[in-house]
Design a protein around this ligand. Structure first.
Ligand SMILES: Cc1cc2nc3c(=O)[nH]c(=O)nc-3n(C[C@H](O)[C@H](O)[C@H](O)COP(=O)(O)OP(=O)(O)OC[C@H]3O[C@@H](n4cnc5c(N)ncnc54)[C@H](O)[C@@H]3O)c2cc1C
Length: 463
């Protein structure tokens, strides 16, 4: 991935319209991003979701992760900016916290608190709306696009195809109230139904092989609750992220969403799951977060009960490797690749997939699935390797650790150690973990030199 991978074309740029009707299954973040891009070339887009989609920014059944800490990385923020001009400005003027300076962020991946001095050179800041707020605002904008219609409370039940299944021609949907079934004819169907990914089963019905799946069984549990924090209790900090480390397979994310409203998410890998009992929940945070943060948590007012979410495994479906795939069908978002959520990559990778789709559509619709899956795989690869590599640094996660993984993890450990005191290294690492830059920038001679020196300069007892 190069530095400009996240860059998409200007949404105002005139585009050749190919006409036709496209049905997008799933009106969550990936489905909405896909609809936004497709609206540039298709005349009509119908987005179908089985949930009731209200106008308010509420949590809903189909997106249970909305009750937990959600951060959109700078690569995703760039995508939002390009697809929905004005959205970020509206967030900011509406009071959504924005992180611009290292002092506003306590970021401790793998047991290393990154340097809080200096400035981030890259101008893309981090916006912290709640997940329902983000999805609600994006949905409102997609609904306003010409030719777009969103149908809710309607379940996608199967694909329609030409005889022999060479081409998908639409989708069969069932209304959740009353159970009426109907058929929606389409020139293109996009499956954005999330990690459950209906397409694998539907492919078998049409006589195709399903894609191979890569899996990393992380066995993660999230437990979250919303808290009201005394103003200024954490000084300038607007976000606290403490990642797991080999000796402690637990972590925490504490995000400011409004002036005094914060979301605390505690995370634990297999055998170290956080409890949902309120008192035990707070106790679980104690060895993870800095002591002043723990003190602030003890004085905070809970606004809801702790709620849990289990995440068994990261799953990557290798659609780009299939030799046979029907025309008129794409798979998008988590349905292609669902990442361990602790790295906060899912929505940003959906934005990168949207950029890939825009580029592919710019070259016409011929062999679109093959071209799109390959382009999407290139965007997914870096994020997947980083997430899997970090998970495999934890002994609790099962999986092979070939030499390149062990070497990379050993280097990252030293890089993070040096980055504790080095603002330049912190900046480079943040660019990579934000999906803005290729990890290769961390191997340039200047960076490697800083890593070596940073480790040599540590006090002998730490070395
Ligand atoms: C606990 C947790 C925390 C996360 N934290 C982050 C984070 O901090 N940052 C980040 O970027 N990402 C995060 N993610 C990932 C992020 O939520 C997803 O990547 C993002 O929502 C894009 O997913 P999606 O739209 O492909 O699928 P989903 O969000 O799962 O949505 C699927 C949609 O399809 C609908 N649907 C399903 N089946 C059908 C059907 N048969 N017919 C019609 N509709 C259907 C559902 O109702 C839903 O609306 C997290 C995920 C989890 C689980």
């Amino acid at each position: 991935m190069s530095d400009d991978t996240a860059r998409t074309q200007d949404p105002k740029e005139p585009r050749a319209r190919g006409g036709g009707h496209c049905v997008v299954l799933g009106a969550s973040i990936a489905g909405l991003f896909a609809a936004r891009v497709l609206s540039d070339t298709f005349d009509r887009i119908t987005v179908v979701d089985r949930d009731a989609l209200t106008e308010t920014d509420e949590n809903r059944r189909g997106v249970p992760q909305g009750r937990h800490a959600h951060a959109i990385l700078p690569a995703g923020t760039r995508g939002l900016q390009e697809m929905f001009p004005g959205l970020l400005e509206e967030f900011e003027s509406g009071g959504v916290p924005v992180v611009r300076e290292p002092t506003e962020m306590h970021f401790a991946p793998g047991g290393h608190l990154l340097c809080q001095e200096g400035r981030y050179v890259d101008p893309t800041p981090t916006y912290q709306p709640t997940r329902p707020q983000l999805e609600g605002q994006v949905r409102t904008r997609v609904r306003e696009l010409p030719g777009v219609k969103i149908i809710d409370r309607c379940e996608a039940a199967g694909l329609l195809s030409t005889a022999g299944g060479a081409r998908v021609t639409g989708v069969r949907v069932v209304e959740r109230e009353g159970g009426a079934a109907r058929e929606l004819a389409a020139d293109l169907v996009v499956d954005a139904t999330g990690r459950g990914g209906r397409t694998t089963r539907w492919l078998a019905d049409l006589g195709y092989e399903p894609p191979r799946e890569d899996r990393i069984a992380v066995d993660i549990k999230y437990v979250s609750r919303t808290l009201r924090l005394a103003p200024g209790a954490l000084g300038r900090r607007k976000v606290v992220i403490v990642g797991a480390e080999p000796g402690r397979p637990t972590g925490a994310t504490f995000l400011q969403h409004e002036q005094d409203r914060w979301m605390l998410t505690l995370i634990g890998y297999g055998g170290h799951h956080p409890p949902t009992d309120p008192a035990d929940f707070l106790e679980f945070a104690k060895p993870i977060v800095p002591s002043d943060v723990f003190e602030a948590l003890c004085g905070a007012e809970p606004l809801d009960d702790p709620v849990a979410h289990r995440y068994p495994a990261s799953v990557r479906r290798r659609y780009e490797r299939l030799e046979r795939f029907p025309g008129g069908l794409l798979v998008f978002g988590d349905a292609i690749c669902s990442f361990n959520p602790v790295y906060g990559q899912g929505m940003s990778v959906a934005a990168l997939q949207a950029a890939a789709l825009r580029d592919c559509l710019g070259q016409g619709r011929d062999r679109l699935p093959y071209r799109f899956f390959r382009a999407a795989a290139r965007r997914i690869e870096v994020a997947w390797q980083m997430a899997v590599g970090s998970d495999l640094a934890l002994p609790q996660v099962e999986g092979d650790r070939p030499l390149p993984v062990r070497l990379t993890n050993a280097y990252f450990e030293r890089l993070l150690t040096a980055a504790e005191r080095d603002p330049a290294l912190t900046r480079e690492f943040v660019k990579v973990s934000s999906l803005l830059s290729s990890p290769l920038i961390l191997l340039n001679p200047v960076t490697v030199g800083r890593v070596v020196l940073g480790n040599l300069r540590r006090p002998a007892r730490q070395r």
